[in-house]
Design a binder for this molecule. Sequence first.
Ligand code: 4AD
Ligand code: MG
Length: 481
Amino acid sequence: MRTTIKELLSDYKKLLHHDITVQGWVRAFRSNRFIALNDGSTINNLQIVVDFENFDEEIIKNISTASSLKVVGEVIESQGSGQTIEIIAKKIQILGDNFTEERDKTILQPKKHSLEVLREQAHLRFRTNLFGAIFRVRSAVSFAIHQFFNQNQFFYMNTPLITGADAEGAGEMFGVTAFDLNEIPRDENGDIDYSQDFFGKKTNLTVSGQLNVETAMMGLGRVYTFGPTFRAENSNTTRHLAEFWMVEPEVAFSNLEDNIDLAEDFLKYIINYVLQNCKDDLEFLDKRFAEEQKQKPEKERASEGLIEKLENVIKKRFKRVSYTEAIDILKNSKENKKGKFQFPIEEWGADLQSEHERFLVEKHFECPVVLFDYPKEIKAFYMKLNEDGKTVAAMDVLFPGIGEIIGGSQREDKFQVLIDKMKAMNVDEHELWWYLDTRKFGSVPHAGFGLGLERLILFVTGMTNIRDVIPFPRTPHNAEF
Ligand code: 4AD
Ligand code: MG
């Protein structure tokens, strides 16, 4: 097996003066002598020293940025600054042809490219330092999620992507078709008959695994699902995707407060994991973040660096505020009175817009905020009705720079109350007969939440557009790759 650059750099002493084989892509080739090689295992490059007199001219000529190489050479301590070791090349093999002229029309040409341009070549952006760092962090976060739940005795359940249910009752679904494109079923008016799509049943791509994972919770106690979810909302923002990854734990014998505690512990665990395990990538992202701040007018600059922000978030307890208190704060805020909100808050009952959430988090409390007990009308049918008959035991976790990162609730566990809410909110109770069954046989108080993975990745990487933290973003008019 080849040695990865990460292995080599983290444990180089035992390899000093040994010959090793490394393989990777050329990031730079200076003075026909120094190759900066990267293999993706770490953000750090390995310096390969080429004594060109020992090599075929043809090989030297063909080494350029983006070439892929196999190098055999001796590990020595580096004399130069900036690296601890380097490799004195003994054999170099060019693995992949480099179509230099074509390369120069891509983001692989050695210069700085804007994020917009990088997005247009999503298949090549993995080769950049920035996207290497982002996707290594994303992978670490996913691993930390599984580790957190495993340590806390949760079981990982897989929930279906094709479903007949609209878990959120918001109607933002992509239908599933099994049409033969030459024989599209049509009704008597000639319109496409979507009612017969999944072998005779109307189905859609799931908006949330929650309803399924709730049924598993009723037998296994503590469970979570973690997979892609789909929303057909035609919103072109920096925080919405049509396909995003959601983590949804569901816990039996648990109430709203337990749920908030779990969400806070969970988020802090993951952020801490990244701080401990992604140091090189975070340092790179931290520098990038600082440079980006310098480009901004002073008033708009972040008050803390990226790493500092992450360290501070895990130290402080999140602020817990009821919806009713939040509305009072917003109504009485200068921003609201001076008409600075695009959507002024006048009455209890209004749904909060992201500008309100961000005001609470970034200006008023200046820390993560958990809002709870929302009016029942603006939340999903499955949330537990509070004793006041007006609010439900819902919670949203709001993060600085992001807004809503988690949405969850204690669930309505009483059969009759749930049926009444479904009727009132026009949710088809026949379609969800299986979900209702769970409230008939040993129903228990339970709670859970959903974390939008990409929103958390935005937070930990300091990126600002959700399209840059998922390998292949799906947004309106973006399904190219
Ligand atoms: O608040 P949401 O819609 O909640 C649910 O789907 C519940 N069934 C979760 C549960 O209780 N099990 O979505 C949960 C989270 C949001 O807080 C947000 O972080 C993320 O999912 N999210 C999106 N992320 C990217 N693009 C979108 N279009 C998103 N919609 C929601
Ligand atoms: Mg929500």
